[in-house]
Unconditional design. Structure first.
Length: 665
């Protein structure tokens, strides 16, 4: 496949510029590009003017080293290798599309090529046409953005050809965040060609550098699983109808259909406005009132609302993903100091070498002490995985907060739809603690509301939400889309829910259109409004909110793999096998007086006992049964683990080595 479809590029910068030259420089009409009419976010002190610089330029500024990567060469004008519908359906990953977009990793052949991408984007456009009940003479608009992955540019170009081939306009944003893409379907601003009818985010979140994928949005939110299946089926038909002529025609149409817009400028500026508003909470009439009666007060008020985070020191860790804008274009205009922020430069390259032997030594020592796998050797991002669930990532932002004596740290995943925070003492706000914090803030405003969470949340969280905060905890399934859809469903059947949030760091608020973007903005709002009401003490206002959350002594997640080729599956699917394991476990539990099955549970088997609990469930995507155990002590956790071992050890296709190791500790 690699030989047939790819070429080795020795120098990444030249590969990019070569692609850009071939496909765009001759095609773009400069006068079609919207200029930055509202350039409120200029160069911020020591920082690069993020909104005006491309991913590639930034990477070159930050790192001049040449790297060896394998790039998939375009096949725009030649016939494409035939693919079955099933090959397309394999690209579905829940409500996203994910695949391998960069060649060169053993055992991971390319399946997200440019022609495949072109077909998927064309299929999304056709799906949108049906959904909007428009006829093909209607010119709809689709925006495309991407994170920092090295395959982003070529996939953006291919997707643009696919959209243009259906007769739509394409609005390219370049480096962008997932929430911004959804937002572009809601923003009303003609100068920026908004709102668009649909949006595509090119991302594979925190997965290794060779992967990529797509998330799709309309003004109703992200597409669901059935829509993605429909799009992939359409894509298979479109792909198999490709001819050299149709590919050429798509390229020609793209030349007159693409406009480049700096949407991230308006998105960041909207975030700034939202925090200013939340901190002031005073309307126009009151402004006037204060002006009449106290000139000095009026000036003070303006100062507070323009820079509601003045004096706060907040460090951002973007993990070399797309979240670097947050420091210079959101926090700094709000008055925050962001020195010590790290990994803001978009860089989707894998680690090829350590900058110093000391950093290698420190990293390996840390992995050894925290018993975590040294991921940087498996081809991930240059500094740490951009993932708030990752131990090394959390360690990095914690260290940055402590080293800089900052008030708060915020860390994002690659496409900025997940986040976590760290307070000034180095205490992490992620997983259950992040949910507890958000719940406390939301319940202040909406007493009694239902908080929807994923299935792996702790018993302590339920007690906190229900007993301390007076809300209702609805523990649902894993998967951000499941959680958000459940929040929407509850409201539709008359149960008020204002927050849907996952331990992974995805969080959405009802008042923010259930946009998967709520979490970190709420933290800023809280800090800003505390400051406006005269409270001091940095992030203590946040820490105090979760003081009464009970936390387990031990919390582990073990992922038990199902060998799909094992004879014990008897030709069946891994899902059937996994369900058989869960059924057997249920039966075993029922006969154990020390264990009690959760009376209400929406996913897998959740069991209480020995002062703690465990949950065994099927992964949303992988042939894996993730097992979460939480208990007051290691001894109790081992007892829970042993109960699982006793029930599952006769399933020979299930790899329980991680669990046996855990119970032998
Ligand atoms: O079921 P798992 O394998 O643990 O994966 C579950 C996770 O999958 C993806 O990463 C989704 O974006 C998350 O929302 C979800 O929680």
């Amino acid at each position: 496949m690699a030989v047939m479809m790819g070429k080795i590029v020795q120098n990444l910068p030249s590969a990019y510029s070569c692609q850009q030259n071939r496909q765009f420089c001759t095609l773009y009409q400069r006068d079609r590009c919207v200029q930055y009419k509202h350039n409120l976010l200029l160069f911020q002190g020591r920082k690069l003017p993020w909104t005006r610089i491309s991913t590639m330029q930034l990477r070159n500024v930050s790192n001049n080293k040449q790297r060896v990567v394998y790039c998939n060469a375009a096949l725009s004008t030649t016939a494409v290798p035939s693919l079955e519908k099933v090959d397309f359906l394999k690209l579905q990953n829940g409500s996203d599309i994910r695949g391998v977009a960069v060649d060169g990793v053993a055992g991971e052949p390319l399946n997200l090529t440019e022609p495949v991408t072109q077909a998927i984007a064309a299929a999304f456009a056709a799906w949108l046409l049906d959904k909007k009940k428009a006829d093909s003479s209607t010119r709809l608009k689709i925006s495309i953005g991407h994170d920092s992955r090295i395959s982003a540019q070529k996939l953006q170009d291919a997707a643009s050809r696919g959209i243009a081939s259906v007769g739509f306009d394409v609005v390219q944003y370049g480096l962008a965040s997932t929430p911004a893409m959804f937002n572009s379907t809601l923003t009303k601003n003609e100068d920026f060609l908004c709102p668009v009818d649909g949006a595509i985010m090119i991302t594979a979140s925190h997965l290794p550098y060779n992967r990529n994928g797509f998330k799709f949005f309309t003004n109703e939110g992200g597409l669901g699983k059935p829509d993605i299946k429909d799009i992939l089926e359409r894509a298979a038909n479109i792909y198999n109808g490709f001819t050299p002529e149709s590919l050429e025609e798509a390229e020609r149409k793209a030349s007159s259909s693409i406009t480049k817009v700096d949407y991230m400028a308006i998105y960041a500026s909207n975030l700034v406005t939202a925090v200013r508003k939340a901190s002031g909470n005073i309307g126009i009439c009151e402004d006037y009132f204060f002006f009449l009666f106290s000139h000095a007060y009026f000036l003070t008020w303006i100062w507070i609302t323009e820079k509601p985070l003045e004096g706060f020191h907040i460090v951002v860790d973007a993990g070399n993903g797309a979240g670097g804008f947050f420091a210079g274009n959101v926090l700094e205009p709000l008055g925050a100091i962001t020195t010590g922020s790290q990994f803001l430069e978009p860089d989707g390259n894998k680690v090829t070498e350590w900058k110093t032997n000391l950093s290698k030594f420190l990293y390996l020592t840390n992995c050894y002490l925290s018993k975590s796998k040294p991921d940087q050797f498996s081809g991930l991002f240059p500094n740490h995985i951009p993932n708030p669930e990752d131990k090394a990532a959390m360690k990095a932002i914690t260290q940055a907060v402590l080293d800089n004596k900052a008030d708060l740290g915020i860390i994002f995943d690659t496409d900025v739809d997940r986040s976590a925070a760290v307070d000034s003492t180095g205490r992490e706000f992620n997983r259950n603690r992040l949910i507890a914090l958000m719940s406390a803030i939301v319940l202040e405003e909406h007493p009694g509301t239902t908080i929807v969470t994923d299935s792996v949340t702790s018993d302590g969280l339920t007690i906190f939400i229900e007993k301390k905060l007076g809300g209702k905890h609805h523990r649902f399934k894993r998967g951000y889309k499941n959680v958000i859809d459940e929040g929407i469903r509850l409201n539709s059947v008359g149960e008020e829910s204002h927050l849907a949030i996952e331990t992974s760091g995805h969080g959405a608020l009802k008042e923010n259109h259930w946009l998967d973007d709520g979490a970190y903005l709420m933290l800023l709002n809280k800090l800003a409004s505390a400051r406006a009401s005269g409270q001091t003490g940095g992030s203590k206002v946040l820490t105090d909110l979760v003081e009464e959350l009970q936390e387990p002594g031990v919390a582990v997640e073990l992922r038990l793999k199902i060998d799909q080729n094992h004879a014990d599956l008897k030709g069946g699917s891994f899902q059937d096998y996994g369900n058989a394991v869960l059924k057997h476990l249920t039966n075993k539990i029922e006969s154990d007086p020390k264990l009690e099955k959760a009376p209400v549970n929406h996913e897998g088997v959740r069991v209480s006992g020995y002062g703690g609990w465990f949950l065994l469930r099927l992964s949303l995507h992988d042939p894996v049964l993730p097992l979460n155990i939480e208990a007051p002590s290691n001894e109790d956790a081992i007892k829970l683990g042993l109960a699982v071992v006793a029930a599952v050890n006769e399933f020979s296709a299930l790899d329980i080595s991680a669990l046996t190791k855990f119970v032998q500790k």
